[in-house]
Design a protein around this ligand. Sequence first.
Ligand SMILES: [Fe+2]
Ligand SMILES: [Fe+2]
Length: 257
Amino acid sequence: MQSKIMLDEIQADMQTPTLLHEKDGHAIYWLGITEESVFRCNVYLIVDGDEAILVDPGSRNHFEQVRARVSQIICPEKITGMILCHQDPDVAASMVDWLQLCPASTVFTSPRAQVLLPYFGVKDYAWHDIEDEPVYCFASGRKIRFVTAPFLHSPAAFTTYDESSSFLFSGDIWAALMTSWQLTVSEFSGHCAQMDIFHMDYMASNIAARGFVAKLDALVIDAILPQHGSIIPAQFVSPALEYLRALQCGTDIAYPA
Ligand SMILES: [Fe+2]
Ligand SMILES: [Fe+2]
């Protein structure tokens, strides 16, 4: 048990996992990746008692780096699951390495992603269908909730809401391409320009964006944790929802008529 971590006050440590939340045996870490590119991928880890779930473990190129970060928290063989918010290689390709290390671990994904994931090279694994079972209950009784986000950008896309922390792991949604990266957003209007670069090209349409935001109405969100760019802390969650409601992207731009 410890007092609440103020996300906007913490700095990323490139050598060790960065603790983002911890309460009563439930912890969330930012693991990296320490990739020096505008596309830098974030990998997160949820630890709950004896369970440990990677959120979007990333590419094969970064497997060793992520495994080393996990080993600073728990034995990497103790990973019990991985959430794959769609099948893009920057999200999911290292599933083959993780399944080799932890063959009993469960893949949490959507049916449309599950069609494609075996093409990374492994097909014999347990998977949790997030559409059939939109809530996963840890042995502790704590829950994570999956919220589908079709066409943002993948038809298979979904987000994960951790009830204990009120964190929303958003995958590519609210991702930003940044030349000067920081762990959390400190100034929102400048950050919108960095989200625009990604969203205008990758997200399908305003209809999809608005429809997804409406699904979040019942959730209290304390932070948004995307797969690229910076974490959006509590004070910018409301403007971030509004950003998505107003977003013109994808087919709105490519097929204006
Ligand atoms: Fe993607
Ligand atoms: Fe991505």
